[in-house]
Unconditional design. Sequence first.
Length: 533
Amino acid sequence: MKTKFKIAIIAMIGFSLHTKAQWNNNGSNTTTGILTMDGNSINFNTPVTSGGWARGIFSVAPDKSTRFGGIGLYGSKNNAVHYYLAHGTSPWNSGLGLYVKTNGNIGFGTFSPFTNLQIHSNNVDARIALTNNHSGKNASDGFVLINESDSEVHFLNRENTALKFSTYGAERMRIAANGNIGIGATDPKETLTLSKSGVTLGIYDTNPASKANNRIARYGNSLVIQNDLTGSWKDNINFHDSGNVGIGIVNPSSPLDIKSSKNRTISLDFTGAQPGWGYTWQSFKTNSVEQWRIIGREDTNSSLTFWNSVDKDILTLLQHGNVGIGTKSPNAKLEVNGSVKFDNLSSGHTNLQIGHDINDRILADNSTNKHYGGGLFFRVTPDPSLNITHNYIDVMTLSDKGTVGIGTKNTQGFKLGVHGRIAAEEVKVATYGNWPDYVFENNYNLPTLDEVENHIQKNGHLKNIPSAKEVSKEGFFLGSMDAKLLQKIEELTLYTIAQEKQLKTQEKKIKTLENQTKEIEKLKALVNKLLKK
């Protein structure tokens, strides 16, 4: 049976090879020629003198010239390159099957695998599917590893089972079918479940000198957050099994127990008044539902607080006199967290006096008749020694039309008007749409220096630059003037570049003339020498 099979294979190879295969039977179990066979092996000699070759068994159409695929060996003159089992008219390099390189690399979908096993897809995604009799073998079954079109790697478990990760023969992590992740837990109940005695989660600094490492650990039934900033692990926060929480303390004795690094303990105890830390309140209820409280706290900053069920601490009075509205820890005599409204319903304008002098104030002229012209007025007293009722100046005015005046109420239609000089470290002009870089464009009509001179002699100033008379009367716009001045600077730069080129040309001509003069002098000297002979 084996002999018949060998003969059939040999016959197929003989019919398929694109060479003149010779079969010379010497009457024994061995053969001679291009195709030889003995008791140990079957050998095929490829008579190639140059170029590459591909030999194998091919599946062809009835026309005997169109290939559908094949199995064989591909190589160069003296060396094999790879074995192939693939589809296509040129299966040895079609990339439509299996390829085994001589170095042992195996490729699926590629005839040049760069590693031990490479799977390549000429379509959008490259996929590896693992199925078994339990999962089924359809496209919707089993486990799939996908290299997606956006180069992202996708682990796809199509079954209603977990995805496990193991090292050293033991499971370390799993992703359950419902998406929960378990590290050390085979049945994670939460989105992330960590199950391990002692330290569960650690955050470590790569620089040992900093000692700024942190970790979450479980000891007994307590959960602690620690760091080793002092050189050894210390409990920062301790969620005790009693339900108490300690900050800086191992065994908290209160619902919240705080211990500072200077051994000063802050303890909140809601079970009763404790000396130095108690508090009392008066409660106001409606239909047995608490609405308001007046709370007296007996801490180091004893305070009186007005509280309600909606906005909580509304008004707080500290023992040193600070008042907080919307905050229970005011840092000034009056601190307001929220909007503040000042209004004088009995007058057409509202005053906010600041300082000792009666005229130092902010005045809001919000009356219908606009007694002061409307808007906000910031006023100061120029000479406090003069006890005059209206001894003030308006240093700044914000009109109801959105203009701002400094030292003046009349901004002449501008958003900002200033009467006097302005000193600033830096001034930025908003985006200017006609910045003169066009001067450096090839089609720019640069006036000649003669044209510039004629304009100056005729008008007494540069073209497109306002005269002194115009500036004195109308002023000028800073952005526009900067652009015009830059235009003149850029034109001057072009003149300078042109003159520089002209100077270099003249220098070359002068150098040439100097060399010619030296040659003439040499010739004159030679002629004189010849004449003297």
